[in-house]
Design a protein around this ligand. Structure first.
Ligand code: NAX
Length: 328
């Protein structure tokens, strides 16, 4: 049997953590043949709550869960990490400017990047969920020079899944009939959900929709602002759907994408599609044998170009700000 895979989860006592940990322990993150050892990181005030979650995990008697350790020290939590899920982050409080937000998160993602650099296993894969996810991933990456850059990714899979659900509902088909959707850019309101290359039952989805007004006035803003819609309805931000997307992101990265389909991941740009090299931006990717590759050669129409450029501009602005702050 396989040795357990070390999965470190930060923000483990938060609401996404609560929705995520049980699914990891049940085998949904890595597959039903892979035992996992959970390493939970929290701030000192939340360690007790994380311990409570650990008691419940124990009570599930998951056959694949080979142990749980809880830490308030990043160096320890990331020691030996194979998969790092960086969920805990500093939310924007009232009156906080973007620079303040980035600086506060630098205080979290810089030491975590250093801890990953110091202790991670050779095959480490990192997914940043905590917002602003793309730039937090960039900060962590900058402080882990010994880890290959492509191992740092940011989550846009929730946006991808939201887009798939909205498109399927519009066309009156099941989500399984939708393929090749793309989220481009930042995990923020500027993100661009692109249906021009998407397929529905093998046909082009944009043609099947045939309604540019729906695309511009309903679909794109609904996907981009879905987080706010959830908060408005639920009185709390997306948690189970975010945890589900994190599971999907890592599962597909490790186990590969389906033939004839792709997924969206925030990854360090190699300059493809005019996205400046180095920033962590969402692209269409296929995965195989634990590695991802950007889907190249898609024709980008003028409408898409404008949307992608706007989101990428926001990312380069964020990068410039964290550079000025000395965080990267
Ligand atoms: P919660 O506030 O419920 O939980 C966050 C947890 O992180 C808390 O328990 C806190 O103690 C912990 N934490 C704070 N600083 C930490 C540190 N330095 N080390 C370890 N733990 C630390 O938030 P939750 O709803 O779980 O959301 C977590 C993050 O996910 C937020 O930043 C949120 O904005 C982000 N999201 C990202 C999404 C995405 O698609 N990329 C979607 C969902 C979500 O909004």
């Amino acid at each position: 049997t396989q040795a357990p895979v070390n999965v470190t989860v930060t923000g483990a006592a938060g609401q996404i953590g609560y929705a995520l940990l049980f699914r990891i322990a049940s085998g949904q993150l890595l597959g039903q043949d892979t035992p996992v050892r959970l390493r939970l990181l929290e701030i000192p005030q939340a360690v007790k709550a994380a311990e409570g979650t650990a008691l419940e995990l124990e009570d599930c008697a998951f056959p694949l869960l080979s142990g749980i350790d809880i830490f308030d020290d990043a160096k320890k939590a990331f020691d030996g990490v194979n998969v790092g899920l960086l969920v805990g982050a500093r939310p924007r409080s009232k009156g906080m400017e973007r620079g303040d937000l980035l600086e506060a998160n630098g205080g979290i993602f810089k030491p975590q990047g250093e801890a990953i650099n110091a202790g991670a296993a050779d095959d480490v894969k990192v997914l940043v969920v905590g917002n602003p996810a793309n730039t937090n991933a960039l900060i962590a990456q900058a402080h882990a020079p010994d880890v290959p850059k492509e191992r740092f990714t940011a989550m846009t899979r929730l946006d991808h899944n939201r887009a798939a659900a909205q498109l399927a509902a519009k066309l009156g088909v099941g989500v399984a009939d939708i393929r090749k959707l793309t989220i481009w850019g930042n995990h923020s309101a500027t993100q661009y959900p692109d249906i021009f290359h998407a397929e529905v039952g093998g046909k082009n989805a944009a043609e099947a929709v045939g309604d540019q007004k729906w695309l511009e006035d309903e679909f794109i803003p609904r996907v981009a602002k879905r987080g706010a819609e959830i908060i408005e309805a639920r009185g709390a931000s997306s948690a189970a759907s975010a945890a589900n997307a994190a599971i999907d992101h890592v599962y597909d990265w490790v186990n590969g994408t389906a033939e004839g389909d792709w997924v969206s991941m925030g990854i360090p740009s190699d300059g493809s599609y005019g996205v400046p090299e180095g920033i962590i931006s969402s692209f269409p990717v296929t995965t195989k044998n634990g590695k991802y590759e950007i889907v190249e050669g898609l024709e980008i129409n003028e409408f898409s170009r404008g949307k992608i450029d706007a989101s990428v501009q926001e990312l380069t602005d964020e990068r410039d700000t964290v550079k000025q702050l000395g965080l990267i």
